[in-house]
Design a protein around this ligand. Sequence first.
Ligand code: ADP
Ligand code: MG
Length: 461
Amino acid sequence: MSDSATLFSDLSGLTPAMLSNLTQLGFTEATEIQSASLPVSLAGKDLLAQAKTGSGKTLAFGIPVLQKLNPRFYGVQGLILCPTRELATQVAEELRRLARFQPNLKISVICGGVSIGPQIASLERGAHIIVGTPGRIKDHLRKQTLTLDEVNTLVLDEADRMLEMGFADDIRHIAGHTRKDRQTLLFSATYPDNIQSLSHDLMHNPEFIQVESVHNTAHIHQYLIPFSGNSRDQTLLQAMQHFAVEQAVVFCNTKQSVNDVTRVLRDAGYLALGLHGDLQQKERDQIYIRFKQGSAHCLIATDVAARGLDVDDLQAVINYELPRDPEVYVHRIGRSGRAGKEGLAISLISDKEDYRRSAVEEQTGQALNLVAPQEMTGRHTPARPPYVSLCFSEGRKNKLRPGDIVGAITADGRIPGTAIGNITVLDFVAYAAVSREFANEALRLLEKSRIKGRQIRVRRV
Ligand code: ADP
Ligand code: MG
């Protein structure tokens, strides 16, 4: 990040507990939207913030929501509305991490696409924060299985997309069930007219904060590799070897290319996972998690499928094809080089597509580094991915927690805790990353062990 970066410790209004937790999570510098909005939101004011994807909006609203909470009161105090189930799940995950220092906090995800019965049961047990989609929350209000009278912070995340999806009336209806004196925080990537009317109806003298240069691409090394004829696949492999790519998201413009490229990379010895919109939710979750856990080299995806994809420390982004829209280019490559790190972006371009290059250069204000295929002499072969993902047949709804998994794997003292990487617990399934060298041993151990007194099915995915 730039020299003028703001440290969280420079911002007033953060509690010492929150600050130390942020530090433990590795967050020291605030992003631009965070440093601009936190003084306003922590002062209790309404806020209308415009910032692009990847700018760190979740913390920007998560911090004020959590700091205002009374953990001893078991009623919904914070309500966060998101456009999709995936986004709601991600927001809830980030909030749970952020809330680690407050052990008895319950954060529930309430979205459509799953049966409503178990949600009702879960809501009956109480929640401090609800993250959900407007449609399903409205259903619960109609059935009177959800009370929002004590909600003192309402967050609209990705408000423009919720409006696009036709949720305007639902949002107004839901807001009408919350406290009149609540604080309302609205986040949006764009600022269409209907946002203005929504904010007029729901907010009191909101402060407007706009962050322009979110996608600064100056710290990303960007290479453009021209090829002729139909040597795109060959050029891709050559580039990956030359730039020693071990972990990358490869973007394609079509589903068909996703399938083809996945095959090409597998044939070349990469552990490659293809992600496209036709897969079922469960399969998508699993692919996404395996990649995030470091148990695959490459994720191959279309822009739609990769929406919301959020992997820290991504080594490289590869554009198998340059996107038609140069803004999409900036969005894609911004997934590498996050939080002050250097990034790597490699784009393949055929001689017929040269016009796309100028569009991209105009958008980023930077010239791309041209590398001719014959200059790519590096012959790096990737090591096997550092982790293996183990899949557990139970999840949060079975009361399985990350600590249970860590406990079971380290039980006999032969596998050190440091061999365990990311653990992701979903509602009915959980995934744990285990260092490749310990994966088989962990599996053998888990086959014999009981977690929470039960035998849980575990398999390698
Ligand atoms: P947005 O909602 O604006 O698209 P997110 O809130 O999802 O962005 O954040 C994008 C990524 O940046 C996440 O992986 C998040 O953990 C990370 N991040 C957010 N704030 C910071 C920070 N201050 N320092 C480092 N990483 C951060
Ligand atoms: Mg977001």
